[in-house]
Ligand binder design. Structure first.
Ligand SMILES: *Cc1c(COP(=O)(O)O)cnc(C)c1O
Length: 406
């Protein structure tokens, strides 16, 4: 087993060897510019890009012509949100989203707010789920876009895309989904789900970093976007810039592999996640699952450990590459805004761990991880007077803390 064991598949995924093999010729002899119309080098590159377009559409639905390649999901989200807001300014300036979205959605929305748009963030429940009635109520005549993610990157909660898409269609509002975590992990179909714009990223699906795509619906309705990069008019004018041919080939190959393996991987990853969760519960009390118990990503387990201290917990797990519920910003240890939004208190947010399980995770790795986590938490709790008091049945809220006794 490698040390540390990689359990952070929501942060990024390793490049699949098969993807690397598919990419290599496009760094070497097949180096052409896909926009070169006058010779075989260009044609060869264009052919590869077209194949990748079809492979991406094959995974998410829609037509190959509706795929716009970008530098990743951050750019795809920016293009979708700012592109729609600018293009449909005459229709209205109201957008709807949720507080648990990725920063690559929230920050473009914030920018638009500064520029005079109005943004409604729907409330989420303790699982990170929205209520369709709230969405229906939030839509106004001047609403131009609803942006809700397919699957949350921290807590794994899935949004009911088909129901959201149906509602948006009925009300004549465009629906964008940041599907970066959902693509290749859950079944997606832009037509069946009424999705007008969909963002995805190569490096979250065992493809390369620095490449992604935006699906842009071409009929019923035809979505128009204000380009965010001006230049040579590539990608039907929506995203200028010479195409990253090796990256795009890798993204296409990664999508084809994900499509072929989605059904079997869903079963395998769900079983691994349940294995980890049941071992943690067998070894420890006072632990809490964050996110939805069933409507969640197969490979995501987010757990808070009560009565331990966050930094100590992470130090006790140095053999595991996992993510903590505190984002280390330069100055402070801020608890995750996603956990905050679903009502997890600061204490439990600080001791939350995101376990990301993926294509190369084995049962042995899960067992090892569970054993290390149980041992680390038990060791910390053995030194914790709070845990001892809780076990003795002392109500923490009734304790009078004296500052002088510290
Ligand atoms: C990783 C991630 C992004 C950013 O994708 P990049 O390709 O790294 O820009 C956006 N949204 C979600 C939900 C993600 O998980």
């Amino acid at each position: 087993m490698k040390n540390p064991i990689y359990l952070d598949y929501q942060a990024t995924t390793p490049l699949d060897e098969r993807v690397l093999e598919a990419m290599l010729p496009y760094f070497r002899e097949k180096f052409g510019n896909s926009a070169s119309r006058n010779h075989a080098y260009g044609w060869e590159a264009e052919k590869a890009v077209d194949q990748a377009r079809a492979q991406v559409a094959g995974l998410v639905g829609g037509d190959a012509k509706e795929i716009v390649f970008t530098s990743g999901a951050t750019e795809a989200n920016n293009l979708a949100i700012k592109g729609v807001a600018e293009m449909y300014r005459e229709k209205g300036r109201h957008l709807i989203s949720a507080p648990t979205e990725h920063k690559a959605v929230l920050d473009p929305l914030k920018r638009l707010e500064q520029e005079g748009c109005e943004v409604t963030l729907l409330p989420v429940d303790r699982y990170g789920a929205i209520r369709l009635e709230e969405l229906a109520r939030a839509i106004r005549p001047d609403t131009v876009l609803v942006s809700l993610m397919a699957a949350n990157n921290e807590i794994g909660t899935l949004h009911p895309l088909a129901a959201i898409g149906k509602l948006c269609k009925e009300r004549g509002v465009l629906f964008h989904t940041d599907a970066t975590q959902g693509v290749g992990k859950i079944p997606l179909d832009v037509d069946a789900m009424g999705i007008d714009l969909l963002s995805l990223s190569g490096h979250k699906v065992y493809g390369p970093k620095g490449v992604g795509a935006l699906y842009v619906r071409r009929r019923n309705p035809r979505v128009r976007l204000s380009p965010q990069l001006d230049g040579g008019g590539h990608e039907r004018g929506m995203r200028s810039g010479t195409l990253n041919v090796p990256g795009i080939v890798g993204l296409g190959c990664a999508c084809a592999l994900a499509r072929a393996e989605l059904a079997s991987e869903t079963v395998r990853l769900t079983a691994l996640r349940e294995r980890l969760w049941s071992q943690l519960r067998a070894g420890l009390d006072e632990i809490h699952l964050n996110g939805h118990p069933t409507e969640r990503l197969p490979g995501n387990l987010n757990v808070s450990f009560a009565y331990v201290e966050g930094e100590g917990l992470m130090m006790g797990m140095s053999e595991l590459a996992v993510s903590s519920g505190s984002a280390c910003t330069s100055a402070s240890l801020e608890p995750s805004y996603v956990l905050k939004a679903i009502g997890v208190g600061d204490d439990l947010a600080h001791t939350s761990i995101r376990f990301g399980i993926g294509r190369f995770t084995t049962e042995a790795e899960v067992d090892f991880a569970a054993q290390r986590v149980v041992a680390a938490v038990q060791r910390l709790r053995a030194m914790s007077p709070l845990y001892e008091m809780a076990k003795e049945g002392i109500d923490m809220k009734s304790v009078k803390w004296s500052p002088t006794e510290h």
